[in-house]
Design a protein around this ligand. Structure first.
Ligand code: SAH
Length: 354
């Protein structure tokens, strides 16, 4: 790979500058962007509107597609798909496509592994390998956009809820968001993008100053510090008072509704008293709560709450006037559910190699 420029990392202005060095006119950059982000080309030879010499130069001097598909899996209900990719240094990441009636939502990764060490999360259990570059983040979207285009469908929503902590890879995550949002890039409205964070308070404040109006989701999982310290270790660095203060600042700056994610763990964080504490914590905030029974992961010390508890917890929040829904469990048979992403090649019977 060396230090070849990676096309998907470049803004239009940077691509123009690169091409100017090669003696190429600026409009060639716009053509290349079109091939990358609207035609989902992975190979310079497909860019038929470019002169042959330029195609050769691109192929020799640049990296165009950083992802190699290792395994693609389909859930048995056909609504969820997962891809395991190898990066140029052979690190592995996973990406999930969820199909709904009229929407196609992608769940993308921002890091290989994760340093946040939440014990219930498969990515947290594997530890941190490295940050992804913006291009490696964007390429996950282009892979599924390419696949969906064959069915005349498109990616309608993107959630930064795959492997890793997006706000711990702030610069590259934001660079990717700009490429995905830019009219000369993938051109998806910022409101169709959601960043999910474990709760890095300073980065939440920073996010509130960005011009792109992307959504914010916060993985809360516990309504008091004593419990959250054990479930979400980074709470020791950014305890709830700090986290909630940053969210209030975010709301004051953006007026955009924040989502709280809360994985219900049997007998741990799912009592009526926890629901009441949770309601007190978020009372009066412009927010929505997304509950999910914890998905199974190999080394989790806890398991998901039973359905009756999940609905009782929801009803208690609703009774307190808090907008709350239970998230549909998706793709559990292919370990594509929340918190199940890992970097190992799996060999379930459902395995399908494209
Ligand atoms: N690091 C970010 C992005 C990961 S998003 C974050 O923490 O938000 C993945 C979401 O799935 C988070 O809300 C995470 O807490 C949740 N999650 C992790 N493991 C889970 C599990 N086993 N069951 C259900 N949700 C889980």
């Amino acid at each position: 790979m060396g230090n070849k420029p990676f096309l998907l990392n470049l803004s239009l202005a940077e691509l123009k500058a690169l091409l100017a060095d090669w003696g190429q006119p600026a409009y060639r950059a716009t053509q290349i962007e079109h091939w990358l982000y609207q035609q989902y080309a992975t190979d310079a030879s497909a860019m038929s509107s470019l002169p042959k010499l330029l195609r050769q130069q691109l192929a020799e001097r640049c990296l165009i597609n950083p992802l190699e598909l290792v395994v693609a899996l389909d859930s048995s209900d056909g609504y969820t798909q997962k891809a395991l990719f190898a990066l140029p240094d052979d690190r592995r990441i996973e990406t999930v496509l969820m199909r709904y009636d009229t929407r196609q939502t992608l769940c993308i990764s921002t890091q290989a592994g994760c340093a946040m060490a939440c014990p219930f999360c498969a990515t947290g259990q594997m530890g941190f390998m490295r940050n992804l570059t913006a291009g490696e983040i964007v390429a996950q979207v282009l892979y599924y956009a390419r696949q969906l285009s064959q069915e005349e469908k498109r990616v309608t929503n993107i959630v930064f809820m795959g492997m890793g902590e997006p706000l711990a890879n702030y610069a590259e995550t934001w660079r990717a968001i700009r490429r995905l949002n830019d009219a000369d890039g993938f051109n998806l409205g910022a409101r169709h993008l959601t960043v999910s964070t474990v709760g890095l308070a300073p980065a939440i404040r920073r996010m509130s100053q960005e011009p792109e109006q992307v959504g914010l989701a916060v993985s809360l999982h516990a309504p008091n510090d004593a419990l959250r310290n054990t479930i979400v270790p980074v709470n020791r660095r950014y305890p709830l008072a700090m986290l909630m203060a940053s969210i209030k600042d975010y709301l004051a700056a953006t007026h955009r509704r924040v989502t709280f994610e809360y994985a219900l763990m049997d007998g741990l964080n799912d009592s009526d008293a926890h629901a009441d504490q949770f309601a007190d914590l978020v009372q009066g905030l412009l927010c929505h709560i997304n509950l999910i029974p914890l998905n199974p992961t190999p080394n989790s010390p806890w398991s998901g709450s039973p359905d009756e508890r999940v609905f009782a917890f929801r009803d208690r929040l609703l009774a307190a006037g808090i907008s709350t829904t239970v998230r549909l469990r998706r793709g559990i048979d292919i370990a594509a559910g929340c918190g199940q992403l890992h970097n190992a090649q799996r060999t379930e019977p459902l395995l399908r190699v494209n």
